[in-house]
Design a protein. Structure first.
Length: 359
């Protein structure tokens, strides 16, 4: 425990590779990740195992999405020189820890998890989802705890998972490390727990609306502006943002979707205030505001497009595979250490790992 003192606190967060990342991801979590890379020791996880829980029949697609998500990360400025990229399936300690934690969570507690329920609904999984699907919620606890993370920057939709992770961390530390149940969450590691109780950190905009003006931005709903969209696409999509306004001289409602985009992406607070006043008085049309929003978004993502280009083509993909392999070694050093501590606490200490065989 003592060797942790003086080190930077840790972040673990990540994404399931399901397709390209969009502006909702940026304001919800990516922006925090980029910003916190010096202050925290960051681990960014590609949850490719989780992708198999609903798409087991599509391994090629999952592999492609895995590479694509790393491109998105590199594009936004998540920096492999400062942070560790963790490919979930290359870190066996996570899978082992999932088993150990699964014993500490009542089955019905997992199944009541509202994020799982929403996903079953949204993806129309009915009652024919795989056994692995609800297990991923336990796996997510293991992702976070394997790195003994202090902070987890996530979108609002992930808070239910975080709550379960916090519960299972406390329970483990009570049961196996003698941490008193009266301990404050911030003090679990100091009190001798293997796991700190991690804190979630939601982005500056918890839930970004999609261009349909109704639902949250989501790839599957077709209402997303992607971080990799070209300028022309951004212009076209912002032009479609639903406002419900009849004419340019009507008083506009600054609670509408368009103004959520103004507030999220126009950086200058003075200009935001000015636009809001003009809009409310019916002195500026939707078209003008949309154009400014479009330019602001393009200014944000243009450097991302540029950085992404460095990873185009088969050579780019090869570099990413190499990066993931190199980082897996760093990730395993931490996760193996955690697993050894957890197993020791559970009286499962029978000497060091004997896994030396590499085919
Ligand atoms: N469930 C998250 C998502 O789909 C991805 C994820 C997996 C994650 N493990 C995690 C996020 C651990 C934060 C921490 O977006």
């Amino acid at each position: 425990m003592c060797e942790d003192i003086g080190m930077r606190p840790r972040i673990l967060t990540g994404d399931t590779p399901t397709g390209r990342l969009h502006l909702g991801h940026w304001v919800g979590s990516l922006e925090n990740r980029v910003r916190l890379q010096d202050e925290y020791e960051c681990f960014f996880l590609i949850a490719n195992m989780h992708a198999f829980t609903t798409r087991a029949e599509k391994p090629e697609e999952i592999r492609r999405d895995t590479i694509e998500i790393v491109k998105d990360w590199l594009a936004v400025g998540m920096d492999p020189e400062r942070s560790t990229f963790v490919l979930q399936t290359e870190v066996p300690a996570i899978a082992e820890l999932t088993w150990l934690l699964a014993m500490l969570l009542p089955f019905n507690r997992v199944m009541r998890n509202p994020t799982l329920k929403e996903e079953i609904e949204a993806k129309q999984l009915g009652d024919h989802y795989s056994f692995g699907f609800p297990l991923y919620a336990v796996g997510q606890c293991a992702d976070i705890l394997a790195f003994r993370a202090d902070l987890v920057p996530v979108g609002e939709d992930q808070l239910a998972h975080l709550e379960m992770c916090r519960e299972v961390a406390r329970r483990f530390d009570h049961l196996y490390c003698g941490v008193p149940t009266t301990t404050e969450d911030a003090d679990y590691a100091r009190a001798g727990g293997v796991f700190p109780v991690p804190q979630p950190k939601v982005g500056r905009i918890a839930r970004l609306v999609g261009i349909d003006g109704v639902q949250k931005m989501s790839k599957s709903l077709g209402n997303a502006i992607f971080l990799s969209d070209e300028a022309g696409e951004i212009k076209k999509k912002t032009g479609k943002i639903f406002t419900g306004r009849q004419s340019a001289t009507d008083p506009g409602d600054i609670k509408n979707a368009l103004f959520q985009f103004v507030n999220a992406f126009i950086a200058d607070p003075e200009r935001r205030r000015e636009l809001a006043e003009l809009y409310t008085r019916g002195e500026v049309g939707d078209g003008t505001v949309k154009q400014e929003v479009s330019q602001a978004i393009d200014a944000l993502v243009a450097p991302m497009r540029e950085r992404r280009r460095a990873y185009d083509g088969p050579a780019g993909e090869a570099r990413i595979v190499e990066l993931l392999h190199a980082h897996a070694a760093k990730a395993n050093a931490v996760a193996e250490d955690t697993l050894a501590r957890a197993k020791a606490a559970m009286k499962l200490d029978f000497g060091a790992r004997t896994l030396m065989f590499v085919p």
